[in-house]
Design a protein around this ligand. Structure first.
Ligand code: SAH
Ligand code: SF4
Length: 391
């Protein structure tokens, strides 16, 4: 650990229930839903069964209206509707890219907006979701890192992003229809805005809901959490979530990583690798994805590739090379195609898969951190226009 000021987080999580408003059932764990039902009149003896029924309506069938929950008595449905709501984030805008990528801007409580990106692939698809509005960390190549953290998302707002996409893809099954295994939304990556391990409990609860066999039913092998390297929470992720792990590695010396991913000053490369070594065994997952953004002249030399291989020796790994997504004012440029391929080749010959991530949805600015900034820019210019017009 270095002597510099520790990186702290100063975040606020808003409570699930507004002082006098209804309680949103979306995002509650099964236990929390049971407690909430009992606290509002459901007899204790029935509570577990009622949770099972309501859970299935919400997460298996996508029903948001208590009146449609036909296996509950009419009076009970009315009673539920007095206290509870089933609410997910509101879609503000939806953009469709020429390559099929869909980008949603969703609004959450407090009027904040976050991005959600759906990337289709051969009849399946990956949803990239956000865990925070902005980020407390300040990775120098990341546009989200230039935005102030506003707040952590609640578990309901996190799993709600999955439900928004299922709505838009028309993917809720017909009630009573035979089970259909084809999934347009087959994978989730926590690679949108924010550092998921600085919002651990909410991310965990949301992912547990997405994995629940009576609901959205995504296997933990199809969920990947990306962290910049919050070392103390890595073992917890293995134990309490058990999903796949990706790590924003991006450099092969502490000197460079301190600059690119400043959390490295708190937990350096050696400490990070130590935490990663035990992850696959504890989580029973196959391998860790090392994300490596390719920045021209900064971290993309043959020597870097060779150092990377040395560092990760013994860790079951895949190296995902990400061509830098440039943004206005960014202090870096993207490595050339040839450089990226030469780097990939060295890593591949050492026995590691080294896919180069194809940028998707470029025409709608769907790459990491870009959407929110675009909205802010649009706002600013509208304000400017108004000011100029003397409004
Ligand atoms: N906060 C988490 C997850 C969100 S970022 C993390 O840092 O891991 C998802 C991935 O996109 C990370 O690997 C991040 O380093 C990378 N990324 C951020 N900005 C980028 C950019 N401009 N170009 C390419 N990759 C970027
Ligand atoms: Fe935050 Fe991840 Fe961007 Fe770093 S790369 S600033 S941790 S969102």
């Amino acid at each position: 650990m270095s002597a510099t000021a520790p990186i702290t987080q100063d975040v606020m999580t808003i409570p699930r229930k507004l002082p006098d408003g209804p309680i949103n059932l979306v995002g509650l764990t099964r236990d929390a839903m049971r407690d909430a039902l009992i606290a509002h009149g459901t007899p204790e003896k029935q509570a577990k069964m009622r949770v099972g029924q309501i859970w299935q309506w919400i997460y298996q069938w996508g029903v948001r209206d208590f009146a449609e929950m036909t296996n509950l008595a009419k009076a009970y449905r009315a009673q539920l509707a007095e206290t509870f709501v089933i609410e997910i984030p509101e879609v503000v805008s939806r953009q469709l890219s020429g390559d099929g990528t869909r980008k949603y801007l969703v609004r959450i409580a407090g009027g904040h907006e976050v991005e959600v990106v759906y990337i289709p692939e051969d009849g399946r698809g990956t949803l990239c979701i956000s865990s925070q509005v902005g980020c407390t960390l300040t990775c120098s190549f990341c546009h989200t890192g230039t935005q102030k953290l506003v707040r952590n998302l609640t578990a309901g707002e996190i799993v709600g992003q999955v439900m928004v996409a299922r709505d838009d893809l028309g993917e809720w099954p017909e009630i009573g229809a035979p089970k259909d295994e084809t999934r347009l939304l087959s994978n989730i990556v926590l690679m949108g805005m924010g550092e998921p391990l600085y919002n651990f409990e909410n991310v965990r609860d949301a992912m547990k809901i997405a994995m629940d066999p009576e609901g959205i039913q995504l296997s933990r092998r199809r969920i990947t959490l990306s962290t910049s390297g919050v070392v103390p929470e890595i073992a917890r992720t293995a134990q309490e979530i058990g999903c796949q792990l990706a790590v924003s590695f991006h450099a092969t010396t502490d000197e460079i990583r301190d600059k690119l991913v400043p959390i490295n000053k708190r937990w350096n490369i050696a400490e990070l690798l130590e935490a990663l070594r035990s992850y696959p065994k504890v989580s029973n997952s196959e391998r860790i994805t090392f994300e490596y953004v390719m920045l021209k002249g900064v971290n993309d030399s043959d020597e870097d590739a060779r150092r990377l291989i040395e560092l990760i020796k013994g860790i079951p790994a895949k190296i995902n090379l990400i061509p830098f997504n440039e943004w206005p004012g960014a202090p870096y440029t993207r490595s050339s195609g040839n450089r990226i391929h030469a780097f990939a080749d060295i890593v591949y010959k050492a026995g590691y898969a080294s896919p180069i991530r194809t940028p998707r949805g470029e025409d709608i600015m769907a790459a990491c951190g870009q959407l929110k900034s675009a909205t802010e820019r649009a706002r600013k210019s509208r304000r400017q226009i108004e000011a100029e017009a003397g409004l």
